[in-house]
Design a protein around this ligand. Sequence first.
Ligand SMILES: NC(=O)c1ccc[n+]([C@@H]2O[C@H](COP(=O)([O-])OP(=O)(O)OC[C@H]3O[C@@H](n4cnc5c(N)ncnc54)[C@H](O)[C@@H]3O)[C@@H](O)[C@H]2O)c1
Length: 266
Amino acid sequence: MRVAVIGAGRMGSGIAQVFLSAGAHVAVRDPLIDPAPAIGRGLRTAQSKGGGSADEALGRLTVGAVPYDSDLVIEAVPEDPGLKASVLAEVEEQVHDGAVLATNTSSLSITELSAALKRPERFLGMHFFNPVPVQRLVELVVTPATQVLEQVRGYVGLLGKTAVVVNDSPGFATSRLGVLLGLEAIRMVEEGVASADDIDTAMTLGYGYPMGPLRLGDLVGLDVRLAIADHLHARLGPRFEPPELLRWMVARGELGRKTGRGFYQW
Ligand SMILES: NC(=O)c1ccc[n+]([C@@H]2O[C@H](COP(=O)([O-])OP(=O)(O)OC[C@H]3O[C@@H](n4cnc5c(N)ncnc54)[C@H](O)[C@@H]3O)[C@@H](O)[C@H]2O)c1
């Protein structure tokens, strides 16, 4: 199979790596960085854990042009609707009519992005999670026009990952539920119901979550959490209104692990 990945940052290089590991030919296009070193490092790590030959897989990587005969093109450029729409429209012209186009957006409307395309029936969201080689879920986000779901479900199976299917709606399934839980946990700290540590322990030991919602917020970045909450608040209404405590922490630069302080000291 032939896959093209547009944008080779954190997500694009991971997506390229897992398709190479699954035996695909992969072309990667990024105007700013050479993706080969990061992908090579990822493939060598996978090899050391029992994966296939990194050198053999790297032999199937090309950098630059998107091949006309690509089966699947995955866009992973920054989260900017105008940039994504123009990249998708441009690449649609460069591949054959039967190619599938996918976006790795984590928050934008798939329906709105599909307005830029001539073949919206061959387009959907393929939401991978970070780090791509480790995370087992791919959220497939479809519009009423999408006709390539079963084909793409097969591609996810080739990667050894699990697909869930979500109709295009704000926050898809993952952010909508994950952010709601995180916001309520912050409101509980704000109201003095319990400490951050006790709220997280309640969910890890009581409900079997691998990580509590406040620790997860610190890892994701509280500024990122706030931006998603603002987006969902605007689209889905008051139940996503960000708590004052979250705004206040972000304003003070308490963003979680990346600044050394959030609900925890890092
Ligand atoms: N980082 C995450 O945890 C995560 C998780 C799921 C989804 N996403 C989504 O994945 C997408 C990419 O995120 P990321 O974290 O990899 O970003 P990133 O900033 O690490 O990488 C984006 C890459 O796109 C490149 N780029 C910019 N303009 C381009 C163009 N016109 N053509 C080709 N490449 C171009 C940049 O040079 C950069 O290397 C975003 O839509 C983001 O919302 C991110």
